[in-house]
Every structure is written in C-alpha cells, then in structure tokens.
Write a protein that binds this ligand. Structure first.
Ligand code: GAR
Length: 213
C-alpha cells in the first residue's frame, strides 16, 4: 500500500510536529511526513524539520497583506503540491477560511491546548487559570469552519495545581499533546477512525480520553 502522506502546518516551535515525525519513523507507520509548511520563515520548527531530512516550505502570511483568502489560496497550492492524505495543524496560528476548511474536510486535524469546547482561541492557559477550572488539557479534533470546533478524536485531561502559573500549566499540557497528537495521527493513517455524525469513534475501542499521570 502507498504510504499515507501527512502535511504538517506550523507557526512556531513545532514540537508536536517533531513528535509526529518521530513516532511515524520509530513505529513504522504506513505513512510519511511529506512536508512541513510554515506561515512564517522564522518558525523554529522548520530548522528541526530540515535537520531531520523533511521537506519544508514557507507560505509567508505577511506577503499577502492580511488578505486571508489570498493567503489560503497560496497555502492550499503548497499543500496540494504534496497530495496529502492528512493535513495536521500543529501549532498553526492562522484562522482558516470556510473554503479552505471545506477543501480538506475529513482530512484536516488540529490540536488545541484546552478541553474543547472550553477556551477556544488564544491564551487558553491564562484563561483557564483565571476561570479557576480544576482540569485543563488538550484536544485533537477534525477541523470545521468554526474556530477550534469540530469532531473530537482524542482528549487529555491535566489536573490544575493550586500553585500553577501559565508556564507550568502549559508545560504539563504540552507533554500530553506529545502523547495524544501522534496517537490520533496513527489512528488516522491506519484507518481506525470513523466519523459518526458529529462524533469520532476509534474502531478498536481504544480510549479517546486520557488522564495525565
Ligand atoms: C501547542 O500547545 C498547540 O496546542 C497550540 O500551540 C502550541 C504549539 O506548540 N495550538 C494552538 O493554540 C492552536 N489554537 P508546538 O509548535 O511546539 O507544537
């Protein structure tokens, strides 16, 4: 069988992208990271990707003068050149147009650092602490046109400690992201996910909810 082609979109550090690339190689998935595409040339994850022999590309948001449709079209062109089976948003900090989302329906996944549908958007950890929630976490989901919404593949819950600040909470949530993002992608490339209306079912009955140890 032809390996599944994964395109990963990043804006910064790229640690989730690296976790996926490592798991793909170490666990011998029937898949490859075909390309890592960033919306800014200075995204640190690009260097990691290049150093690990991955193909990289940049579609610079600033070159499109804030025109989201034009940026989306250029991005889609770069993605389609890779003929991906899955497009993974791994710390990709751009709002995508409905047209863009529709183009990749069912094969566009995102990781968000909260227990969705709580705390969509930015500054999730700060807002979680301000709200006094006792559980934080991260969500991997299929992307729909509504920001940080869509069928949930997998969630990890992280207890909030009384002495947590934004940085300490972010660090513990990120460690869970590194567990659940590769797991969700592995399920996808092995064809183990089924969309049932608005819900995602893991066909082997593997847990789609994990709790931080
Ligand atoms: C991750 O925490 C990811 O959940 C978050 O950005 C970080 C990227 O880290 N994404 C969002 O906030 C998207 N709404 P990484 O570049 O090291 O993977």
């Amino acid at each position: 069988m032809k390996p599944q082609r994964i395109v990963v979109l990043i804006s910064g550090r790229g640690s989730n992208m690296a976790a996926v690339a490592r798991a793909c190689a170490d666990e011998g998935w029937p898949a490859e990271v075909a390309a890592v595409i960033a919306d800014r040339p200075e995204a640190a994850g690009l260097a990691w990707a290049r150093d690990h022999g991955l193909h990289t590309d940049v579609v610079d948001f600033r070159r499109h003068g804030g025109d989201r449709a034009a940026f989306g079209a250029a991005l889609a062109e770069a993605i389609d050149a890779q003929a991906p089976d899955l497009v993974l948003l791994a710390g990709f900090m751009r709002i995508l147009t409905p047209d863009f989302v529709a183009r990749y329906e069912g094969r566009l996944m995102n990781v968000h650092p909260s227990l969705l549908p709580a705390f969509t958007g930015l500054h999730t950890h700060r807002r979680a602490l301000e709200a006094g929630v006792k559980w934080a976490g991260a969500t991997v989901h299929f992307v729909t046109a509504e920001l940080d919404h869509g069928p949930i593949v997998l969630q990890a819950a992280v207890p909030v400690r009384p002495d947590d600040d934004e940085a300490s909470l972010a660090e513990r949530v990120l460690a869970q992201e590194h567990r659940i993002v590769p797991r969700a992608v592995r399920w996808f490339v092995h064809g183990r996910l089924r969309l049932d209306g608005g819900a995602v079912r893991q066909l082997d009955g593997e847990p789609q909810a994990v709790v931080a140890e």
